[in-house]
Ligand binder design. Structure first.
Ligand code: EPZ
Length: 420
C-alpha cells in the first residue's frame, strides 16, 4: 500500500500539461470491440483504470500494444465474449463492453458491477435500453447474460441521465438494424468524444453531446485512429489546487469549453481565470470567498468536482453549501477533512462548510477517487505534514499526480507503508 506525504503551505506556481480524459478513454477503448479493424488511440492516460480495461480487453482476446500514451488495439479474433467478475469488480466502467460485444457477436456474459463507495450505481437503464433493442437478457449467478441475433433500432427514453448508459447504448446501436433514438441522453463531453470516434470508424450518429442522440445502424465499422480529449476533471482539480494554495498556475493542453460551470464557480470564489486556446491560467484576486454549489448532469456543475471544491471551501471566508444530487453517498471525504480541522456538517445530500482560519496536517484515508483528490488539496493547504493513505484510489484517475504537483512547487512525495 502506498501513501502520499505532503508538507502544506506552498502556493502552486508554474505550468503543467493535463493528460487524456479517463472517462473518454474508457468507452473509446471499448469501441475497438466493434470492428475487426485495428484501432490506434493517442493521448490515452496512464491510469490504473485504463490498465484494468486493457487487461479485460486482452482477456476477451484482443491484441493490445501500448507505447506511452499511444494504444494500438485489434479485436479481430476474439474468444468467448465473457467479462469476468474478477476484472469487472475492480472497475464498474467494465460494463461498457456489454453493448459492443452484444451488437458485434450476438451474445455476451458480463458480470454485474458490484456497488461502490459513492453509491449503489445500478445498471438497470443499460439493460432496459438493450431489451428495447430486442436483446434477451437474464441475470444468472451475478452475470448479465445477453442474447440478440441482431439488435434492432428503437426509440429509448432514459428516465435518469446516465453517462455510461448513454455510451453503452450508442455503441450497441451503431451495428443494429435501423435507427435508434436515445432521448434524455447524457450530454457530457466524453459522450461527444465517443461519438466522434465512432463516426471516424464509419458510424452514422447525430446529436451526440445533446440530449437526443440518433444512430443509424450500419453493417460494419472500420479501424481508425483517434486522439482522446483532455481530462476536464483533472484540469478542474489542478485549478482548484492552484486557487486553494493562492498560487499562479497555467494548465496546458486543455479544453476550457468543457469546464464552463467549474470556471464560473472559481471566478465566484475570487479567482482570476484566463483562457487562451488550449491553456487556462488561474490566480487569486484576493481572499478565497468559497462558493456554494449544486451538482447536476452536464453542462451543470460536475459531481466529480464537488469534493475538490469542498477542500477549498474549508478555509474560505464564510459559510458555503455543497449539494450532491447525482450519487447518494459522495461525502466520504467529509470525515477525513474534519480530521484536518475542517468544520463541515452533513444534512442529507447537503454539506454545510463553515470556513476555518487554517487546517492542521494529519493522517487521512482515501476512500474513492475524487475524495482522494480532495484530501491532497487539503494537504497542500494544511499547516504541517499530511499523509494520505490508500492512494490506489487516486491512481485510478490521476496520472503521475505527485510529479505534476512537485513541478508546481508542492512538497509532496510517494512512499510505501513499509518505508513509513
Ligand atoms: C460516469 O459514471 C463517470 N464514470 C463518473 O465518474 C461520473 O461521476 C458519473 O458518470 C456522473 O457524471 C465514467 O464515465 C467511467 P451515471 P456512471 O450512470 O456512468 C443512476 C469518476 O470519478 N443510474 O451517469 O456510472 C446512478 O445511480 C467517476 O471519474 C441508474 O439509476 O454514472 C446515478 O445516480 C465516478 N441506473 C446517476 O444515474 C442506471 O442504469 C448517474 O449515474 C445508470 C445510472
Amino acid at each position: 500500500m502506498e501513501q502520499l506525504v505532503i508538507a502544506g503551505g506552498y502556493p502552486l506556481k508554474g505550468e503543467v500539461e493535463v493528460s487524456g480524459a479517463k472517462n473518454a478513454a474508457l468507452p473509446i477503448l471499448c469501441a475497438s470491440l466493434l470492428t475487426s479493424g485495428t484501432m490506434v488511440f493517442d493521448n490515452v492516460p496512464g491510469l490504473r483504470d485504463v490498465g484494468t480495461l486493457l487487461r479485460l480487453l486482452r482477456s476477451l482476446g484482443a491484441t493490445v500494444e501500448r507505447d506511452a500514451s499511444r494504444v494500438t488495439l485489434s479485436a479481430s479474433a476474439l474468444g468467448e465474449p465473457v467479462a469476468s467478475y474478477e476484472l469487472v469488480k475492480t472497475m464498474r466502467a467494465s460494463i461498457l463492453v456489454l453493448g459492443p460485444l452484444l451488437t458485434r457477436f450476438g451474445h455476451a456474459r458480463v458480470s454485474l458491477p458490484g456497488g461502490c463507495a459513492i453509491g449503489e450505481r445500478p445498471v438497470d437503464l443499460h439493460i432496459k435500453g438493450l431489451q428495447a433493442m430486442g436483446a434477451h437478457i437474464e441475470i444468472e449467478h451475478g452475470y448479465i447474460v445477453a442474447e440478440a441475433s441482431r439488435l434492432k433500432g428503437a426509440r429509448i427514453f432514459m428516465d435518469t441521465v446516465t453517462v455510461t448508459g448513454t455510451e453503452n447504448l450508442m455503441m450497441a446501436a451503431v451495428l443494429a438494424e435501423g435507427v435508434t433514438v436515445l432521448e434524455n441522453a447524457a450530454r457530457e463531453p466524453e459522450v461527444f468524444d465517443l461519438g466522434e470516434c465512432l463516426i471516424r470508424m464509419g458510424a452514422r450518429i447525430k446529436g451526440h453531446g445533446t440530449d437526443v442522440v440518433t444512430i443509424e445502424g450500419v453493417p460494419s465499422l472500420r479501424g481508425a485512429e483517434y486522439a482522446v480529449m483532455p481530462d476536464r476533471i483533472e484540469t478542474g482539480t489542478f485549478l482548484v489546487a492552484a486557487a486553494a494554495t493562492g498560487g499562479d498556475v497555467r494548465l496546458l493542453g486543455v479544453r476550457p469549453d468543457t469546464l464552463d460551470a467549474v470556471l464560473d464557480k472559481l471566478t465566484e470564489a475570487n479567482a482570476l481565470v484566463a483562457c487562451t486556446g488550449d491553456q487556462i491560467r488561474i490566480r487569486m484576486r484576493g481572499p478565497n470567498h468559497g462558493v456554494s454549489l449544486r451538482t447536476a448532469p452536464y453542462p451543470a456543475f460536475p459531481t466529480d468536482m464537488q469534493a475538490q471544491f469542498m477542500a477549498m471551501n474549508a478555509v474560505a471566508q464564510g459559510t458555503t453549501v455543497v449539494t450532491e444530487t447525482i450519487f447518494e453517498n459522495r461525502f466520504m471525504h467529509v470525515q477525513e477533512l474534519r480530521r484536518l480541522g475542517a468544520n463541515i456538517e452533513v444534512e442529507g445530500n447537503a454539506a454545510i462548510i463553515r470556513g476555518v482560519d487554517k487546517l492542521e496536517g494529519a493522517t487521512v484515508m482515501a476512500t474513492d477517487l475524487r475524495a482522494s483528490a480532495s484530501l491532497v488539496i487539503a494537504g497542500l493547504i494544511a499547516h504541517g505534514e499530511t499523509v494520505v493513505d490508500r492512494i490506489y484510489h487516486l491512481d485510478r484517475g490521476y496520472e503521475k499526480i505527485e510529479q505534476k504537483l512537485s513541478r508546481l512547487g508542492a512538497q509532496i512525495a510517494r512512499r510505501s507503508v513499509e518505508e513509513a
